[in-house]
Design a binder for this molecule. Structure first.
Ligand code: HEC
Ligand code: HEC
Ligand code: HEC
Ligand code: HEC
Length: 263
């Protein structure tokens, strides 16, 4: 009796140790083994929230990048590359805590700055705000006569400042920093803007203590302002599922566990 039990135990152990992992080709662990971690990855909007991998201190990377999706998996320092949020017009959480943001200009392909061309000479200041076909920036807005934001109600110069292209424009013709797009969006999307200030819309990382330091995601870290009409938000590709236990080849057993599954 005792011998059989031992033998059983031995063979069970042997199975555990000898059985090869099932379907290892599509498992996460296999992926990590085979593809190196990329040197660059993105935080939320592919191509517009890029981070270069470095170390914040020896052995501590600033971010961990997925070699499957190219997305950031984890932050070694949530405040790396951030700066103070700057003046905001309305009292909210960010005025009672240390609020930081990632500046946007470093992510913009045409920021040389913009006024390198838009100086009134090389590119003349536009005469009015009427939509017209453009011979430039088609990679950003393929057809300026069919801008995919606002269903025809708005155009470039409702957002971009015609006289100082390094800034956005508010309702009174005042300048808004390119690093504070939330103030631009807020001039038309008041409700979402107030949700964002309350932490209901958007995202923050950092310290959860009252008054603690937090990094706030700004609107354009998630939304492409030139495509929201066709694509409000581009979801991030999910990571591959975790590896199944060795004795399973699928997740069918999970199906029987739902409420009222009848077993
Ligand atoms: C290499 C030169 C160059 C740079 C740099 C540049 N632009 Fe332009 N941009 C142009 C030209 C040329 C036009 C006008 C095209 C036309 O009228 O057909 C234009 C037009 C525009 C327009 C359409 C409204 C208008 O003024 O006619 C917007 C908006 C715009 N640019 C935004 C920007 C922003 C924002 C930046 C910086 C992030 C930038 N541009 C950087 C060359 C440039
Ligand atoms: C609803 C507001 C809005 C409208 C309308 C708008 N833009 Fe923009 N644009 C932005 C914002 C905000 C950014 C900065 C995006 C970011 O932070 O990633 C931007 C960035 C840009 C840039 C710089 C992109 C880069 O990668 O360097 C160009 C060029 C540009 N816009 C051109 C245009 C043109 C041309 C039009 C009109 C046909 C237009 N925009 C209409 C809000 C707008
Ligand atoms: C000048 C006014 C104006 C500004 C500035 C503006 N928007 Fe909009 N936005 C609109 C209008 C108008 C619509 C279209 C609403 C409709 O008819 O569905 C819209 C639609 C949207 C939508 C799609 C909403 C939906 O229900 O499908 C998103 C997302 C959006 N905007 C985000 C932004 C972001 C992010 C910014 C700042 C970069 C911004 N907007 C700046 C006027 C504006
Ligand atoms: C962390 C990412 C993130 C940030 C930051 C963010 N949004 Fe959004 N937003 C979303 C998602 C996700 C949706 C839902 C998209 C959908 O329904 O397809 C959304 C929806 C919207 C909509 C359309 C639906 C609605 O509620 O009216 C608007 C407009 C909008 N956002 C504007 C903004 C503005 C303005 C800001 C900055 C003040 C902002 N967003 C910041 C992720 C974000």
């Amino acid at each position: 009796m005792r011998k059989t039990a031992l033998a059983l135990l031995a063979s069970f152990t042997a199975v555990l140790f000898l059985a090869p992992p099932l379907h290892s080709e599509d498992t996460y662990i296999h992926y990590l083994d085979n593809k190196p971690e990329p040197a660059d990855c993105f935080e939320s909007r592919d191509g517009y929230t890029n981070v270069t991998r470095t170390e914040v201190e020896p052995g501590l990377p600033n971010v961990k990048c997925s070699n499957k999706t190219g997305g950031v998996l984890w932050w070694g320092d949530p405040f790396d590359g951030t700066e103070p949020m700057g003046d905001m017009p309305i009292e909210a959480d960010y005025t009672r805590e240390e609020a930081v943001v990632k500046p946007r200009t470093g992510q913009l392909k045409y920021y040389m700055p913009c006024t390198a061309c838009h100086d009134g000479n090389m590119v003349p200041y536009p005469r009015d705000k009427n939509p017209r076909p453009l011979a430039m920036h088609q990679d950003i807005v393929p057809d300026s006569m069919d801008l995919k934001h606002g269903r025809g109600a708005i155009w470039c110069l409702d957002c971009h400042n015609p006289r100082n292209r390094d800034t956005f424009i508010d309702h009174r013709g005042g300048e808004i920093s390119l690093n504070q797009p939330q103030r631009l969006c807020g001039k038309c999307h008041g409700e979402v803007y107030s949700d964002w200030r309350d932490g209901i819309h958007g995202k923050r990382i950092g310290s959860w203590e009252a008054g603690g330091k937090k990094r706030w995601w700004v609107c354009t870290e998630c939304h492409n302002p030139h495509t929201v009409q066709v694509n409000r938000f581009e979801p991030i590709v999910p990571e591959p599922r975790p590896q199944y236990p060795r004795t399973r080849t699928n997740a069918d057993h999970e199906r029987g566990h739902g409420a009222g599954a009848g077993h």
